[in-house]
Design a protein around this ligand. Structure first.
Ligand code: IMP
Ligand code: MG
Length: 369
């Protein structure tokens, strides 16, 4: 992954793929032009790398020249195309092949056609390495297209984002969600997970997604997913993972510009962990860590019994019930500890001490992600 100015980009098209595509275009054009000596016209700035690789591969004599146009500002094509350097040679009667790095809206191409209208060339052909069909708004024929790509902003191989990225030998695509810190938070009953989640969400501007709360919200508000979940619960069946994932997805979507998410109460199984990975991947993001508060069983039992004296929660009053809840917790999380350890993402944090001390320890992990 790379960062240019304020934005993150992910690898999209490798050097090898680019070179293979350029070779395809060279072969197609050389086959069509036979013994004609073409003038290749690169559109600066973006096309300089493409033109360079293209003419190096071109098997027959050719001429190369450039014109310089500018239409892009930041991430958007603008209406105002500036002709910075025009044609400097007579192209009367010549076969001209325009070499463009990318065709997006087609505005630059319209300008190219305007420039060549009075040049009396024998033939004008358009060749573009990349083409965004969803963005194209013109009717000009594109004679040679290296690769069709989705309508997402790319950089590298001559293409820039506000001046940066032209030098990259491969193509990178803008990440639709920007850098996030996402982790799943675990802790046995009595470890203070809820308290810590509150602090961390404030400190790091994260969104805390507690699966229990999400369920209650959806059921209370009778959302489609809530009703679906309830229909399983009413039959005493487990809610299918996909329903839960769809609810979490809705939460993630609702908070599209969050700095990250704290997942709490999910995942509980390998299948759920995989589903969560897939969900984050769709968001161009990932789970960075499983953070588990570690507290000795005896300390937990004492804490919960203490809490039971005042909270009135029946399950906090009985030592056997408490010990069973703790045992259950370890049985369930062991699987996930293995899952995230295998990806080098498991972090155990000592959960004994003052609330502030524990927040400090958790922060140290988050800062290191
Ligand atoms: P058009 O005029 O909208 O077709 O855009 C063509 C020009 O915009 C290209 O020559 C590039 O300079 C620039 N451009 C279009 N799409 C991208 C992109 O995804 N990344 C970087 N520059 C782009
Ligand atoms: Mg260009």
């Amino acid at each position: 992954m790379i960062k240019l100015h304020d934005l993150h980009f992910k690898p999209f098209i490798s050097e090898d793929e680019i070179q293979a595509t350029v070779q395809h275009m060279v072969t197609a054009i050389a086959d069509d032009l036979q013994d004609e000596v073409p003038v290749f016209v690169g559109i600066l700035n973006g096309s300089f790398m493409f033109v360079s690789d293209f003419v190096k591969k071109y098997p027959k004599p050719c001429e190369v020249t450039f014109i310089k146009l500018a239409s892009y500002e930041g991430l958007k094509s603008t209406d105002d195309i500036q002709r910075l350097v025009g044609l400097t040679q007579d192209l009367t009667g010549r076969t001209v092949v325009i070499l463009e790095d990318i065709i997006d809206s087609g505005k630059t191409l319209a300008e190219v056609h305007r420039i060549f209208k009075n040049e009396n060339v024998k033939e004008l052909k358009i060749a573009t390495l990349f083409y965004k069909p969803e963005a194209y708004k013109k009717d000009f024929k594109l004679h040679y297209v290296g690769m069709e790509i989705p309508n997402k902003f790319i950089v590298g191989y001559g293409l820039d984002y506000d001046g940066l990225g032209r030098d990259l030998p491969a193509i990178y695509q803008l990440k639709t969600t920007q850098h996030m810190t996402n982790f799943v938070l675990f802790g046995p009953p009595g470890a203070g997970k809820g308290t810590q989640a509150e602090f961390l969400k404030e400190k790091y501007s994260l969104v805390h997604i507690s699966t229990g709360d999400v369920f209650r919200f959806n059921i209370k508000n009778e959302t489609a997913l809530g009703m679906l979940a309830k229909s399983y619960m009413d039959k005493g069946e487990l809610v299918p993972d996909q329903v839960t994932i769809d609810m979490l997805n809705a939460e993630v979507e609702k908070n599209a510009d969050a700095k990250g998410f704290i997942f709490d109460g999910f995942p509980r199984t390998n299948a759920q962990a995989e589903a969560l990975d897939k969900l984050m991947d769709q968001k161009d993001s990932q789970i960075n860590a499983m953070i588990a508060l570690e507290v000795d069983d005896e300390v937990l039992v004492q804490r919960l019994l203490e809490r039971g004296k005042t909270s009135g929660r029946a399950d906090d009053a009985d030592e056997n019930i408490i010990r069973n809840r703790i045992k259950e917790y370890y049985k369930k999380t062991a699987i996930l500890k293995d899952y995230y350890s295998a990806q080098d993402k498991y972090y155990g944090v000592d959960g004994v001490g003052s609330i502030e001390d524990i927040t400090e320890r958790l922060s140290a992990v988050i800062d290191s992600l």
